[in-house]
Write a protein that binds this ligand. Structure first.
Ligand code: 13P
Ligand code: SF4
Length: 383
C-alpha cells in the first residue's frame, strides 16, 4: 500500500551520519525549475558518490531516468537491490519496489522512495484483510494450506508477500510467472494468484491450463462470487485486479495496426488483457520488450503495448537502425503514480542525504520482512 504523506509534510528522519543538520523541507524544492533541479541532482549525486545508488524502473520519466545508476524490470531491480553495497538505495519506481529493496538489502542499508505517494494502483487492489478473508472462505470448501499455493505478483504490498511466505507460497514477476506457477503446482494442486488477473491468466494459458479452469475471485462478493463446484474444478483462482495503464490497450488497436502494416510486429506486457496478449507476436516483461525490439532486424516496425515513457525512449534508441516503434493506444497511458517521482523530489531526497538526513525511508516491519523474504527468496531461487 502506498502511504502518502499529508500534503506539504514529507516524512523526514534524522540519520546515523557523522554530519547531521535539520532536514530540508520539500517546500524549498516544489517550485524549482527543471533545469535547476537537474543541476542539483547531479551535484548531490557527486557529493554522495558510491554511498547512494539510484535504481530506476523502465517506466520512469526521462528527466529522472537520465540520472539512473541501474535500470531494469521488477525482477532485475530486486536482484540489483540485493547485490548493492550502497548505504542508500534511492528507488525511482513505486512503493512496492522500494519495499522489496528494503527486504532484500542488508539491514544497515536504507531504501528510499523520493515521493511516498508513488504507489501502484494494481497493488492496492489486494489487501491483507481481503486475502485473509478469501483464504478463510476457501477453507469452507477445501483445506487451502494443503491444496492451494498462494502466488503474489511482486506488484503487491509487503504484508501480502509475507502471507505467501507463511502459507507455502511465492512471489512472481512478469518475467518469471509461468516458471513460478510451475513451482507452485509441483507443491499443491491449485493456485490463488493475486492481484493481477491478466498476468495470472496469461501465464496459466502458457502452461496449457484451459480458460474454464481459471476462475475469477471477486473480493467484494461472498465466496468471491463463485460456487463450491467452480472452486473445486479450478486450477487457478485469479484475483479481480488489473493495471489501469495496461487495460487501456485493446485488440482493436492491434487490428488497425495489422491492417495498415501487415509486416509489422506486436509486443505487449502480460498485464494487458488476454485478448491483447493472444493477438500479440510477443508477450514479455519490460526488460524483455526492450531486448526483443533492440535485437530485432533493422528497418522493422513495432507496435508496443506498455507504458508510454518506456515506448518513447525505446523508439528513440532504435531509430538509428531504421526501426519504427509505435505506442499501442491512441490515448496517453502513463503510470501516473510512478510519474510522481519528479526531478524536484529527487533533488530534495539527494540533497537531504548529502546533508546526512534520511527522508522518505521505506522500512518494512521486521516480522513482515522475515516472511516476505522467504517468499521472495523462493522466487529468486526458482527463477
Ligand atoms: P516489469 O516487471 O515488467 O517491469 O513490470 C512492472 C510493472 O509494474 C509493469 O506495470
Ligand atoms: Fe502498477 Fe500499472 Fe504502474 Fe505497473 S504500470 S506500477 S502495474 S499502476
Amino acid at each position: 500500500m502506498p502511504r502518502p504523506d499529508p500534503p506539504g509534510a514529507p516524512f523526514q528522519e534524522n540519520v546515523m551520519s557523522s554530519v547531521q543538520t535539520a532536514p530540508i523541507h520539500f517546500d524549498a524544492f516544489n517550485a524549482l525549475a527543471d533545469r535547476e533541479a537537474e543541476a542539483r541532482i547531479r551535484a548531490a549525486k557527486a557529493r554522495l558518490g558510491s554511498r547512494a545508488v539510484l535504481l530506476c524502473h523502465h517506466y520512469q520519466r526521462a528527466d529522472v531516468y537520465q540520472h539512473a545508476d541501474l535500470t531494469g524490470d521488477s525482477l532485475k531491480l530486486s536482484r540489483l537491490a540485493g547485490q548493492s553495497d550502497a548505504e542508500y538505495i534511492v528507488f525511482c519506481g513505486v512503493h512496492f519496489m522500494a519495499e522489496v529493496a528494503d527486504i532484500l538489502s542488508k539491514p544497515e542499508q536504507i531504501s528510499i522512495l523520493p515521493d511516498l505517494a508513488a504507489g501502484c494502483s494494481m497493488a492496492d487492489m489486494a489487501s491483507l484483510a481481503k486475502v485473509e478473508r478469501c483464504w478463510r472462505e476457501l477453507s469452507t470448501a477445501l483445506d487451502p494450506d494443503e491444496s492451494v499455493t498462494p502466488v503474489t505478483y511482486i506488484n503487491s504490498a509487503a504484508d501480502l508477500k509475507a502471507f505467501c511466505g507463511e502459507h507455502g507460497g511465492i512471489v512472481c514477476t512478469s518475467s518469471n510467472a509461468p516458471k513460478i506457477l510451475d513451482w507452485a503446482f509441483r507443491r499443491r494442486g491449485k493456485v490463488l494468484f493475486f492481484p493481477d488477473q491478466h498476468l495470472g491468466r496469461w501465464s496459466g494459458h502458457k502452461m496449457g491450463i484451459p480458460l474454464d479452469q481459471m476462475v475469477l475471485w471477486n473480493p467484494d462478493q461472498e465466496m468471491g462470487g463463485l460456487t463450491r463446484e467452480q472452486i473445486a474444478n479450478a486450477k487457478i483462482i485469479l484475483w479481480h485486479g488489473f493495471c489501469s495503464v495496461h487495460q487501456m490497450f485493446q485488440p482493436a488497436h492491434i487490428l488497425k495496426f495489422r491492417n495498415q502494416y501487415p509486416e509489422g510486429k506486436v509486443i505487449s506486457h502480460p498485464e494487458c488483457s488476454f485478448e491483447v496478449c493472444r493477438q500479440s507476436d510477443y508477450v514479455g516483461s519490460t526488460e524483455t520488450i526492450i531486448r526483443v525490439v533492440k535485437e530485432a532486424a533493422p528497418n522493422t516496425r513495432w507496435l508496443v503495448g506498455t507504458e508510454l515513457n518506456l515506448v518513447e525512449r525505446l523508439a528513440q534508441e532504435v531509430k538509428d537502425q531504421g526501426k519504427i516503434v509505435q505506442f499501442m493506444a491512441t490515448t496517453i497511458c502513463m503510470c501516473s503514480t510512478m510519474q510522481r517521482i519528479d526531478p524536484q523530489h529527487l533533488a530534495w531526497t539527494l540533497e537531504n542525504l548529502a546533508e546526512g538526513n534520511v527522508v522518505n525511508r521505506i522500512s518494512v516491519p521486521e516480522h513482515e520482512a522475515v516472511l516476505a523474504r522467504v517468499a521472495l527468496e523462493r522466487m529468486l531461487e526458482a527463477s
